[in-house]
Design a binder for this molecule. Structure first.
Ligand SMILES: [Zn+2]
Length: 147
């Protein structure tokens, strides 16, 4: 019986350098690419896509979170979703900007969306807080209060 050898962590890192590493919070999930089962890493800390659809190619595999939105009232009654946002990544599409998690923003639910970085999303959230404060002041005025 041989005793296992201890190796330094730096040596282990060098030995593992050529092997793709799974990031924290990611799990391996099977996806169906035109009938072939392929296993990909899925960031389950935010991805809610069940990955049960049949993909045409590996490039079509994307991760996405649930959508959040503001329900805005309309003249005719039902509310319309606005400022729809979700997290997405397209790890195999060959575009470095969309390969990493980014926020997708759709202003009024018309599929005209834009991907924004974390810094841009933070700036937009700051603008929304200012906008909400201004809306609160307007609400006070129309409610008979002073702004
Ligand atoms: Zn996923």
């Amino acid at each position: 019986m041989s005793t296992p050898k201890m190796i330094a962590a730096s040596t282990a890192s060098q030995l593992l350098a050529g092997i793709p590493q799974q990031k924290a919070g990611e799990v391996k999930v099977p996806v169906n690419v035109r009938g072939q089962q392929v296993t990909v890493s899925c960031p389950r800390t935010w991805c809610t896509d069940p990955h049960t659809q049949v993909y045409y190619s590996l490039e079509d595999v994307s991760h996405r979170s649930d959508r959040i939105f503001m329900a805005v009232p309309t003249y005719n009654g039902p509310t319309e979703p606005a400022l729809i946002a979700y997290i997405s990544s397209w790890p195999f599409a060959g575009d470095r900007a969309t390969a990493v998690p980014h926020m997708v923003l759709e202003a009024v639910g018309d599929d005209d969306c834009v991907g924004v970085t974390g810094e841009q999303a933070t700036a937009l959230a700051d603008q929304l807080r200012v906008h909400a404060d201004n809306m609160t002041r307007m609400a006070a005025i129309v409610s008979g209060g002073l702004a």
